[in-house]
Design a protein around this ligand. Structure first.
Ligand SMILES: [Zn+2]
Length: 76
């Protein structure tokens, strides 16, 4: 039988799940950075000329490219 120190058993018992959780956190943070461009776009509908447009900038309001009217994001 192989004699293993109690300290080594405890270290493996504690660091195993910690390593798994750390790798999962790394994976999800990397995945969140590489979201597709469509998911980052805000969609606006112009209240003046009803033109629908999208911008990837994170602004609550943006100008309509057709008439210049300021509009709130419909979906962000
Ligand atoms: Zn417009």
């Amino acid at each position: 039988m192989i004699a293993i120190d109690l300290g080594i058993i405890l270290m493996i018992y504690v660091s195993g799940p910690l390593l798994v959780i750390g790798l999962a956190a790394l994976f999800y943070s990397l995945r969140a950075k590489h979201r597709p461009m469509r998911a980052r776009e805000n969609i606006y509908e112009c209240s003046h000329c009803s033109h629908v447009y999208a911008f990837a900038r994170n602004r609550p309001m943006d100008r309509c490219p057709r008439c210049g009217n300021l509009n709130e994001a419909v979906r962000s």
